[in-house]
Write a protein that binds this ligand. Structure first.
Ligand code: F6P
Length: 369
């Protein structure tokens, strides 16, 4: 499946996994230069689902014009379309089947020389397996969670952090008026980057992360001390994956059709209730949910997405397949897709944001980090 006549002439592009702001900016960043180089571009619909089921459209310049600031993805996305783990209805049951051969058939049928796959760790894992079957793929790292080790930042993260920071600003004013403890639950799965960066930007008093199980007593003491010092409100920013010492993450639902069957959610309510009981204070909780994934990308994400998209198409033109674009410092580099998926990026106690938060008195619900 190497490009005919040695040259790349026709590429596919897909967006996989949960959506995030900046996907359209990447699509535009890929398609515009591709057209300028005389390549034709096929937009594969709904992530790998489209590759399995043969759903795609031709993407022309007019289709990618005016989408830089548009949230979501014009191609659609899905976190249930893993070709190697495809859920098929079998009477009342769900049977898992492998439909990867159909991906190869469609790839060849559409006359593709390569695919640019925009997605998070799930998308990169699937891409690696399809590459092993002979497909040419270049990856672009996306996720609001920012949990890919191979890149300093994924696009979408900055936009999610902006939403969290804005929400905490709003909670501050009402928390202070009513002398309440406000708990805000944010996304991030098993990594605490959204809670850490969003909480730091919003000035949260307590930030609870999946990486560092918390102690109820430390939280109670922090809130009580603030009250005693005349600060009669507190803001707690809790990551959906956070858990107490000796406890478990709060799981909202399980769905075997998803790439990651576990849907987290509910820790915010638990934390608010326990603080109310433990400190005899009025608490409220807010679950920010998909607001963090919706809407227009921040300028930072628009720029990063454009740099990623344009670098990805350059790699394709140079036939540097099997690579994922990545941010290292202020440079866009590329790494092998298999290296990109080998390690999840989690918050470590010595990262600058933790040190800065510690220095301004933020509690992580632990004795010491
Ligand atoms: O990975 C991105 C993310 O938004 C996570 O932060 C969150 O746990 C998950 O996706 C939610 O997925 P869904 O949209 O399927 O509920």
């Amino acid at each position: 499946m190497s490009p005919k006549n040695g040259k790349v002439k026709r590429i596919g592009i897909l967006t996989g996994g949960g959506d995030c702001p900046g996907l359209n900016a990447v699509i535009r960043g890929v398609a515009k230069p591709a057209h300028d180089h005389g390549l034709s571009v096929v937009g594969i619909l709904d992530g790998f689902e489209g590759l399995v089921e043969g759903k795609a459209v031709e993407l022309y310049n007019k289709d990618v014009s005016g989408i830089l600031a548009q949230g979501g993805t014009i191609l659609g996305s899905s976190n249930k379309g893993d070709p190697f783990h495809w859920p098929e209805k079998n009477g009342g049951d769900i049977k898992i089947v492998n439909r990867s051969k159909e991906c190869i058939r469609n790839y060849e049928g559409w006359g593709l020389d390569a695919i640019i796959a925009i997605g998070g760790d799930g998308t990169m894992h699937i891409s690696k397996k399809l590459m092993d079957m002979g497909m040419n793929i270049v990856g672009v790292p996306k996720t609001i969670d920012n949990d890919l080790e191979a890149t300093d930042q994924t696009f979408g993260h900055d936009s999610a952090v902006w939403v969290v920071s804005e929400a905490i600003d709003r909670l501050h004013t009402t928390a202070s008026s009513h002398h309440r403890v406000m708990v805000i639950e944010v996304m991030g799965r098993y990594a605490g980057w959204i809670a850490l960066n969003g909480g730091l930007a919003g000035g949260a008093d307590i930030i609870l992360l999946p990486e560092f199980p918390f102690s109820w007593d430390v939280i109670f003491e922090k809130v009580t001390q603030r009250n005693m010092r005349g600060k009669r409100f507190s803001i707690v920013c809790v990551s959906e994956g956070a858990k107490p010492i000796g406890g478990e993450m709060v799981i909202k639902a399980k769905d075997i059709k998803r790439t990651d069957p576990i849907q987290l959610g509910g820790i915010g309510e638990v934390v608010a209730k326990r603080i109310s009981e433990g400190c005899d204070l009025e608490t409220r909780y807010t679950v920010l949910g998909h607001l963090q994934r919706g809407g227009s990308p921040t300028p930072y994400d628009r720029i990063l997405s454009t740099k990623f998209g344009t670098s990805a198409i350059e790699l394709v033109i140079k036939k540097k397949f099997g690579r994922m674009v990545a941010l290292k410092g202020s440079d866009i580099v590329s790494v092998r897709i298999e290296d990109a998926i080998s390690k999840q990026k989690l918050v470590k106690p010595n990262v600058q944001a933790i040190l800065a938060a510690n220095a301004v008195g933020v509690s992580f619900g632990t004795e010491k980090l």
